[in-house]
Design a protein around this ligand. Structure first.
Ligand code: FAD
Length: 434
């Protein structure tokens, strides 16, 4: 495939990708470089490891806003859950995770840090006190920090899904059901620039404050990413007599969504919003690096766990060295009372969007929608949880609960970032084809 100069398609889908990411001191081209060369390859191999590939999710939760109405056209919407034996015991038991929330574990960790000695073997029982501590943490998370509603992983309807066996791709989910979802996200849960601007119409961000612009761009960036994946893994006409299915890039579908001539001029800005969402999650990973570098990524397979820990350290070192990170400290500034109200509003809107994911009428889209929204919510939790995320952040002191991430948050954060990363790499592919 001929490699076109990036700036040669001045009027096309990519015309805004030689600019700066909006409201950030970062050129899109430098993100392309960082992502495609340094981040995407190691990230994809980490996401194939057991720790990251199994995601526990409840796809049967009722939509809290309207009756479930839709079924998508293809049986490719179906998600196959894992059988009992498939998921590593270390993940299934999640003893390791629950244990780290217990008072005993916190104290042990604190002592361990002070004495600079290695943690002893894992305790494989969950004491009553530990369970209670875990519940307290869950309540704390739910009330204070979370930007998302996280599925109750003890519900009988929650199941492990192997993400590698259920890839995000074209499913044929479209029409009134999808439009109702996107409309309720944009119209009811994104901040509106001016009264009377309806979903699908020109959306001017002029007059919106930085926080509200950021919120809209995050959601739009996620929408772009979902749509890029369905274009990149489109159901192609079968080339065999038996009619077996093949999936691959569909440039026409991509153009229909991002070419300015076919989208009333909006497509290129939507592509640009993808980079904004990427930059926000990138910064969250950099900020949480001291915490993540301490994580054990426990599955019970010592060798793989060690590889993952090392792989994460290497990846985080690329991420930390990036010089143009998103600056979250500019958000929620000014009058403290107003900033607090705005932050609560921001959180509530985002929580609502996470609830709307239970209304998606195609299981595979719901799986990836829930995972990506939860991952973005985890990024926001990291960015707006203060600065207590250093190596000692798992230690509780009497006055303040320290920062914590659950396995499900870590898995969704890395996978969500992996999806945005894949989208940016895919843009390169479509650019070369066009
Ligand atoms: C949570 C979720 C997950 C999905 N996952 C999948 C999937 O895995 N596979 C699959 O095949 N389909 C999936 N879909 C469906 C897919 O996103 C589209 O809705 C569908 O292909 C129909 O596309 P459309 O052309 O009607 O426009 P849509 O993508 O439905 O967009 C609706 C309207 O929103 C506006 N819009 C479009 N893109 C943006 C943007 N980036 N920013 C701002 N506004 C925008 C436009 O005005 C557009 O007309 C998912 C839908 C949802 C809600």
């Amino acid at each position: 495939v001929k490699n076109k100069s990036k700036n040669s398609d001045v009027g096309g889908c990519f015309c805004k990708l030689n600019e700066q990411v909006d409201d950030c001191a970062c050129q899109i081209e430098s993100l392309d470089q960082l992502n495609n060369k340094q981040i995407h390859p190691p990230l994809q191999s980490l996401l194939a490891k057991d720790y990251f590939r199994y995601f526990k999710v409840n796809l049967k939760k009722q939509c809290p806003f309207w009756p479930d109405d839709s079924r998508c056209a293809l049986k490719d919407c179906h998600v196959s859950a894992c059988s009992e034996g498939q998921v590593p015991d270390g993940i299934k038991a999640e003893i390791h995770e629950k244990n780290k929330y217990s008072k005993e574990a916190q104290e042990e960790k604190s002592q361990t840090c002070q004495e600079e000695r290695e943690l002893s073997a894992l305790d494989t029982t969950i004491s009553k006190a530990s369970q209670e501590a875990f519940k307290n943490w869950t309540d704390y998370d739910d009330s204070q920090e979370n930007f998302c509603e996280i599925d109750d992983d003890t519900s009988a309807d929650s199941q492990y899904v192997d993400l590698l066996l259920n890839p995000e791709r074209y499913t044929g989910y479209k029409g009134a059901s999808t439009h109702r979802i996107w409309r309720s996200i944009y119209d009811e849960n994104c901040f509106k620039p001016e009264k009377g601007i309806a979903y699908g119409k020109q959306r001017s961000l002029a007059g919106l404050c930085l926080e509200k612009r950021a919120f809209y761009r995050l959601i739009s960036g996620l929408h772009t990413s979902i749509n890029i994946h369905l274009c990149a893994q489109y159901l192609l006409p079968s080339k065999t007599m038996l009619g077996s299915k093949t999936w691959g890039p569909n440039l026409e579908e991509f153009k229909s969504r991002f070419d300015p001539k076919l989208t009333n001029g909006h497509g290129p800005q939507r592509l640009k919003n993808l980079y904004f969402a990427y930059l926000v999650e990138l910064r969250a990973l950099a900020k949480a690096a001291p915490y993540l570098e301490q994580e054990d990524f426990f599955t019970g397979n010592d060798e793989e766990d060690r590889d993952v820990k090392q792989g994460i350290k290497n990846l985080l070192s690329f991420i930390k060295s990036f010089p143009h990170h998103f600056d979250e400290s500019k958000l929620f500034q000014g009058n403290p009372k107003e900033a607090h109200i705005l932050k609560e509003e921001f959180k509530n809107h985002f929580r609502n969007i996470s609830r709307i994911m239970d209304c998606v009428g195609c299981d595979k889209c719901k799986l990836w929608g829930k995972l990506q929204v939860q991952g973005m919510g985890t990024a926001l939790k990291i960015l707006f949880s203060g600065d207590g995320m250093g190596p000692d952040s798992t230690v509780t002191n009497q006055h303040k609960k320290s920062f914590q991430l659950r396995r499900t948050e870590i898995v969704s954060l890395f996978n969500a970032f992996g999806r945005l990363s894949k989208s940016i790499q895919t843009i390169e592919l479509f650019r070369e084809q066009s």
